[in-house]
Design a protein around this ligand. Structure first.
Ligand code: HQG
Length: 183
């Protein structure tokens, strides 16, 4: 499989496993799991070249470990990033590190400094432990800006934090008081 094909399949899997399972007649349970066979059937019907081997490769080789298979290999899910209403993952609540980072684009800054970080269409605000990841996330939308989140203070004030299986930190929102612009 070429790199381009791999990116295309990864985007397709993100689309149906996070956002629009109904586009291929797929159902996700509340923890985000989809039946692998149903995924393949729906994908093939939509003209995608997907089989079990490719799925396994996407799960194991994915740069950000976006997808996971159940132990028996019969179900697959995206580990974070959902917007689909059928999914309401019950992530464990965990104590965050002292600070976390959020990468965004400079054009969003005014709005963020008014409203804080909001989840938008996804279910959570996404945060990382390092600036490098945050920069890469911000670059997707324009000139990157890094915001430092006082995660420990939020935790002490009762805000819940979660960590997805691939290391991405999640929280419902970040009020302005806990945000500091880097640099
Ligand atoms: C911004 C990728 C205006 C926020 C990444 C972001 C991540 C506001 C955008 C994951 C705002 C939402 C998620 C406010 C937040 N006013 N803009 N008050 N609050 N925003 O894509 O964090 O490759 O939903 O800064 O690596 O960029 O898909 O979130 O720019 O982990 O696996 O609104 O997606 O992972 O954009 O990215 P997104 P995100 P994958």
């Amino acid at each position: 499989m070429s790199d381009a094909q791999e990116v295309e399949i990864s985007r397709f899997l993100s689309f149906v496993l996070r956002h629009k399972p109904e586009a291929i007649g797929l159902q996700l349970d509340s923890e985000g799991w989809a039946d692998v066979e149903a995924l393949i059937t729906g994908a093939v019907r939509a003209g995608k070249d997907l089989d079990e081997r490719t799925i396994r490769r996407m799960v194991d080789g994915n740069d950000k470990k976006r997808f996971a298979l159940s132990e028996d290999g019969r179900r697959i899910r995206a580990v974070q990033g959902h917007s689909s209403a059928s999914v309401q993952r019950q992530y464990e609540t965990v104590v965050p590190p002292q600070r976390l980072f959020h990468g965004t684009a400079s054009r969003f800054l005014d709005s963020i400094l008014q409203k804080g970080l909001i989840a938008g269409s996804r279910h959570h605000v996404h945060l990382s432990t390092d600036r490098e990841t945050a920069t890469q996330v911000g670059e997707r939308y324009g000139e990157p800006v890094i915001l430092e989140v006082d995660a420990r203070a939020m935790h002490e004030d009762g805000f819940a934090f979660h960590q997805a299986e691939n290391g991405v930190w999640l929280t419902a929102r970040v009020p302005v008081a806990y945000l500091k612009r880097e640099g």
